[in-house]
Ligand binder design. Structure first.
Ligand SMILES: [Zn+2]
Length: 451
């Protein structure tokens, strides 16, 4: 009897296992065998647009002190060493002093041993293994690795990794353009000097930069207009808003009189007069809306840092994308690109992108921050948000080695998620490939007018 029962359950289990997986609605017929491999290959060999990087060019590297293993720690890896307890005061020793790799390793080692587990640091390990053939980061490898890095940068390594290994067609750099690389490196510009203004010194600096005195709020607005138009001529393709590192993303519509009041308090102050972000908010908000009018006039997308800030001691609520809701209503003609999958506000971002047709989700950096978050939210966004408003990749990195590894991570997860949905019959194989092309290339090309 027992055996019989066992046999029946076994047959039943076999029957269940042979059914197609139907986690949701099965809309498409089962895919032809080998679909996972074909989707993966399609994604792995596709040309992409990388929408956000902070790369340090090889020319600058040659003048710095981090053309060794510490290059790979820049920003992300360093952040997790700090999270593990490394004192901030060691930054200069690591990146601004001429030390041997072995001496740098002595500084890093205790903190690396406590943070080797994180995604930021696994990306570094992947880079050194696959690009430099070095299996681990430790006292005996930092020397040879540093030597290999130095040698690599004597060649056209930088461009080769980006163009050949990563198959990047265009790349958008935060900050400024890279001379000699304009063919594929485009740039977005921040206007923090206005959006974070809170001192007399700040106003004077702007006047000196532009060789034009600033006596009134109108002069200050004019200085922003001039700076914006100058960047347009240089080739800026988007406005970048970075302010949530320092203040809330809630930009209220302020009347001119309230902004003037703050402006007057600043210009009438002493040379070192400085007010709090909270007190400066009416002026900053007023200038932000002036910047939005410029973006509208010149048809510039506005890319906004949302969610987790790099570095330590930042206030996470400042970067909640919900604070931006009034802008989506006020400026239906501006395309707002919300960066980093708004970690950890993925749910809020889903609702915003579904509700407002001028909101784009850009998953740059989210892959490195958390592969699990990215996988979950990619599933969610594919189900909730039209595919024309999802952008897959930017590394948000300073070294090309880490762009390389983060892109492989993103390609892996996107292949997996799409293949799963094809397996379930939710999408056809062709639909999955169409989505991949839209999110890796077409959407960014259209949004930033890159073709
Ligand atoms: Zn960034």
């Amino acid at each position: 009897m027992f055996l019989m029962k066992y046999k029946i359950s076994f047959i039943f289990l076999l029957f269940i296992a042979s059914l197609p997986v139907r986690a949701q609605l099965q809309i498409k017929p089962p895919p032809a065998s080998g679909f996972e491999r074909r989707i993966r290959q399609y994604i792995d060999t596709m040309s992409i647009i990388d929408t956000h990087e902070h790369l340090v060019g090889p020319e600058m590297l040659a003048d710095g002190f981090f053309l060794d293993f510490s290059l790979l720690l820049l920003q992300n890896g360093y952040d997790d060493l700090i999270s593990a307890g490394m004192p901030d005061t060691l930054y200069d020793k690591l990146f601004n002093e001429e030390l041997q790799p072995s001496e740098k390793w002595k500084i890093v080692e205790p903190w690396w041993q406590n943070s080797f587990n994180t995604s930021f640091n696994r990306i570094i390990l992947y880079s050194i293994r696959h690009l430099y053939g070095i299996d681990d980061l430790n006292a005996s490898t930092v020397g040879p690795l540093s030597e290999k890095i130095r040698k690599a940068y004597e060649t056209n390594w930088f461009d080769r990794i980006l163009l050949d290994s990563c198959r990047i067609k265009y790349l958008i750099k935060d900050g400024n353009y890279m001379p000699g690389r304009d063919v594929y490196v485009k740039y977005e510009k921040r206007f923090d000097d206005w959006l974070l203004l809170r001192s007399k010194f700040g106003i004077d600096s702007l006047a000196i930069q532009q060789r034009d005195p600033i006596y009134s709020l109108d002069d200050l607005e004019k200085s922003l207009t001039l700076a914006f138009e100058k960047e347009l001529k240089k080739g800026m393709i988007a406005v970048k808003v970075f302010t949530s590192y320092y203040r809330t993303l809630n930009f209220e519509k302020v009347d001119k009189e309230s902004a003037k009041k703050v402006f007057r308090s600043l210009v009438n102050g002493d040379m070192d007069f400085r007010i709090t972000m909270k007190d400066a908010k009416p002026l900053q908000d007023y200038l932000f809306h002036h910047l939005m009018r410029l973006a509208l006039k010149y048809d510039m997308p506005v890319a906004i840092h949302t969610g987790l800030q790099a570095g330590k001691g930042k206030i996470i609520d400042n970067s909640n994308p919900e604070h931006l809701t009034n802008l989506f209503v006020l400026y239906p003609g501006i395309d707002f690109v919300l960066y980093h999958g708004s970690f950890p506000y993925g749910g809020e971002l889903s609702a915003l992108a579904k509700n407002y047709r001028n909101v784009y989700i850009d998953m740059n950096w989210a892959w490195a921050v958390s592969p699990t978050y990215s996988r979950y939210h990619l599933n969610l966004w594919l189900e909730m948000v039209p595919a024309n408003r999802l952008i897959a990749f930017g590394g948000d990195a300073m070294a090309v080695e880490n762009v390389y590894s983060e892109l492989i991570l993103a390609r892996n997860i996107i292949s997996d998620v799409l293949s799963e949905k094809v397996k379930e019959g939710y999408y056809s194989e062709e639909e999955a490939k169409t989505i991949a092309k839209m999110i890796f290339h077409d959407n960014a090309a259209r949004l930033y007018k890159l073709e």
